[in-house]
Design a protein around this ligand. Structure first.
Ligand code: CP
Ligand code: NVA
Length: 310
């Protein structure tokens, strides 16, 4: 059988930086086919996916496992506490052994370097289900959701809060691949990683979008089509007191949203912490598309699994 998306079979999915705008677009298109029932098949029959979890997960865990089962495959839930890595077995051996049993290893990890080490030794694709640095499955879904609401027009996305968070890094990249305008509104100590920014700027130079990073949340949201936020306390962060001081002015609330376009859509990867980065009124209000976003994780997961495995 011909591969679903040319050139993706056998590849790792660690960061969207590894994909071209054309490949990214093909993943979006395949996700759409899954959502609209145009891709009914049992593409993953006889395929096994190991799902390693070093951190909690609801959406990623369930969307990846339901996607695998729906396509005829089997998803094995492997919390790290139940694996021999918890007793000191190396990632090298874990990757090599799992590669003998399964067709892909998906992992949610504390450190991105864990994924790189798994990828170094595995002979099957490694899929990033969230690391401290990137969350590519989420960002693919986010752009898919934006296209559902805005069609193919160029939009302005504003990310508010922790600019160094995995979600912002991945969404900046995804937005660059899509050729959008992107603004990060964040306190200077929490601006995105310089290396990611310079790679993203290279992509923007090809696709024609733009990236700005500012401190002022009101300036940031001016005329935004999409306002996106995420928790100020990502899993694993330690500087809690500092964060409590600097982030409150970035809360997505009705006042701040009054500076955005009247048709603004509010997005959040969830889980959200109501009353911190977003108010209840906005999270459950008419501008929020967070639950559509969550649902779409299923359709994009299917596209990614198929593209890498068959
Ligand atoms: N958005 C997201 O990745 O959610 P989970 O942590 O529930 O998987
Ligand atoms: N930035 C958040 C995303 C959770 C899905 C975290 O890493 O905790």
């Amino acid at each position: 059988m011909a591969s679903i998306i040319r050139g993706l079979k056998g590849r790792d999915f660690l960061t969207l930086l590894d994909f071209t705008p054309v490949e990214f677009k093909a993943l979006l298109e395949r996700s759409r086919e899954h959502k609209w029932g145009l891709a009914k098949n049992a593409a993953l029959r006889g395929k096994y996916v190991a799902g390693i979890f070093e951190k909690p997960s609801t959406r990623t865990r369930v969307s990846m496992s339901v996607a695998t089962f729906d396509l005829g495959g089997v998803f094995l839930e492997l919390p790290t506490s139940s694996l021999q890595v918890s007793r000191g077995e190396t990632l090298r051996d874990t990757a090599q052994v799992l590669s003998r049993f399964v067709n892909a290893i998906a992992a949610r990890v504390k450190s991105h370097s864990t994924l790189e080490e798994l990828a170094r030794w595995a002979t099957v694709p490694i899929i990033n289900m969230l690391s401290d640095k990137f969350h590519p499955l989420q960002a693919l879904t986010d752009i898919f959701t934006i296209i559902e609401f805005f069609g193919n027009r160029k939009v302005k996305i504003v990310f508010l809060g922790d600019g160094a968070a995995n979600t912002n890094h991945s969404l900046m990249i995804a937005s660059a691949l899509a050729g959008y305008d992107y603004v990060v509104g964040a306190p200077q100590d929490y601006w995105p990683d310089d290396e990611v920014v310079s790679k993203v700027e290279e992509i923007y130079a090809q696709t024609g979008g733009s990236l700005k990073i500012v401190e002022d949340p009101v300036k940031a949201v001016s005329n935004a089509d999409v306002v996106y936020t995420d928790t100020w306390f990502s899993m694993g962060v330690s500087d809690i007191e500092r964060r409590k001081e600097v982030f409150p002015r970035y809360q997505v609330n009705k006042d701040l949203l009054s500076h955005a376009a009247h048709h603004v859509k509010v997005m959040h990867c969830q889980p959200w912490f109501i009353g911190q980065e977003i108010t209840e009124e906005v999270a459950y209000g008419p501008h929020s598309i967070a639950f559509e976003q969550a649902e779409n994780r299923l359709h994009t997961a299917k596209a990614v699994l198929e593209a890498l495995l068959i």
